[in-house]
Design a protein around this ligand. Structure first.
Ligand SMILES: Nc1ncnc2c1ncn2[C@@H]1O[C@H](COP(=O)(O)OP(=O)(O)O)[C@@H](O)[C@H]1O
Ligand SMILES: [Mg+2]
Length: 339
């Protein structure tokens, strides 16, 4: 970094669960999309990692906000606070002046024009001179290494925290897509509910998420079986401590009804697809990105359902920000970027 201001390039994945920022090709921020606000003063108390422990354990004067809760920008002001806070964590060293920022921000594909505008303005308020937005499935496809400009069909599934997006992409555009609000958050809720109703065991959201990440399964029988999860919690009837050993098959049962909704969405997008592109997908396979891709056996489940090969993107949690960074590098070339 020189004495005078340089352009700093940021690729930002503004996800419902995690916000990840790549600056000059390095991941500089990877934090949960959450902030904690003081309800008495209205002031921001904590952002990201520092705010997450407050979820479900907030002292009375604080509340946590997930600005993008259900796959849309639920709270504009909170989104702006979070975006600014995360960007300010990337401090240029050795520069006397603030660098001019060029950004590509990845946003949920359900975003309305008003929401797109709001993100654009937030990015400008955070110092951006040049901003473009990219819809999540496009970024996911780029990050999964697909040639989105080729005259052939690509099928990408992005399973995030709030929504799962299924998109067929060809010639640099989304040909057809499906979006369902069944994704990581719902899987976590499924586990909370299952343990309460089937085992009379009360668990919080953070524990349920941990169970999901360790032994969440999309099939009743996996090739590589994870160890059982030992869990202690209060019995819902007696309030006495109860310890159980949970197997992945049990968590499969908890998740299966929600996973069926993903199966259906996948079938819908395959039905809607033009036949030529369909043939491409049978040949090249289905690609899965986003944190939900890490549910064990999900690729095999989709293959069993469709007869089409499924591939999980490398490091699926970061595939979207990688794709956003590729879009940043082709800022002037990609016509699908929203400016
Ligand atoms: N190993 C894992 N197994 C299952 N789910 C996971 C795993 N790791 C992360 N997740 C889930 O993935 C979701 C976050 O994925 P991400 O792609 O970052 O979402 P978003 O784009 O909405 O921010 C969360 O619901 C998280 O619990
Ligand atoms: Mg995402």
């Amino acid at each position: 970094m020189g004495l005078f201001s340089l352009t700093q390039e940021l690729a930002i994945d503004l996800g419902t669960a995690n916000t990840i920022i790549i600056c000059n090709d390095k991941v500089m921020v990877d934090e949960p999309s959450v902030i904690a606000v003081n309800v008495r003063t209205g002031q921001l108390e904590a952002i990201g990692k520092k705010a997450k422990p407050y979820i479900g354990a907030c002292p009375p004067h604080l509340k946590t906000i997930r600005p993008l809760k259900d796959g849309v920008i639920a709270d504009f002001e909170a989104t702006e606070w979070m975006l600014r806070g995360m960007i300010s964590k990337i401090k240029p060293r050795g520069s006397l002046f603030a660098p001019s920022l060029k950004m590509v921000v990845c946003i949920p594909s359900g975003s309305t024009n008003v929401e797109i505008r709001a993100v654009h303005d937030s990015a400008e308020h955070a110092g951006a001179r040049e901003v473009a937005m990219i819809f999540e499935p496009m970024a996911a496809a780029l990050g999964a290494g697909l040639d989105i400009e080729a005259p052939e069909g690509n099928l990408i599934i992005d399973i995030g925290g709030g929504t799962s997006e299924f998109a067929c992409i060809s010639l640099g555009g989304i040909v057809c897509s499906e979006s369902v609000s069944v994704a990581g958050d719902v899987f976590t809720e499924d586990i909370v509910r299952y343990l309460r109703t089937q085992l009379n065991l009360k668990v919080g959201e953070r524990t349920a998420e941990d169970i999901k990440c360790k032994i969440g399964a999309a099939l009743p029988k996996l090739d590589e079986e994870p160890e059982p999860y030992i869990l202690t919690g209060p019995n819902t009837l007696t309030a006495l401590p109860q310890t159980v050993s949970l197997t992945y098959t049990e968590i499969y049962k908890a998740l299966d009804p929600s996973l069926k909704k993903l199966d259906e969405a996948l079938m819908h997008v395959l039905e809607k697809m033009p036949p030529e592109l369909y043939a491409d997908i049978v040949r090249t396979g289905i690609h899965i990105a986003g944190g939900g891709a890490l549910i064990k056996g999900l690729d095999k489940r989709f293959t069993n359902k469709t007869g089409i090969q499924c591939h999980i993107a490398d490091d699926p949690l970061r595939a979207i920000v990688r794709g956003t960074n590729m879009a940043l590098k082709n800022f002037d070339h990609y016509s699908f970027l929203l400016r």
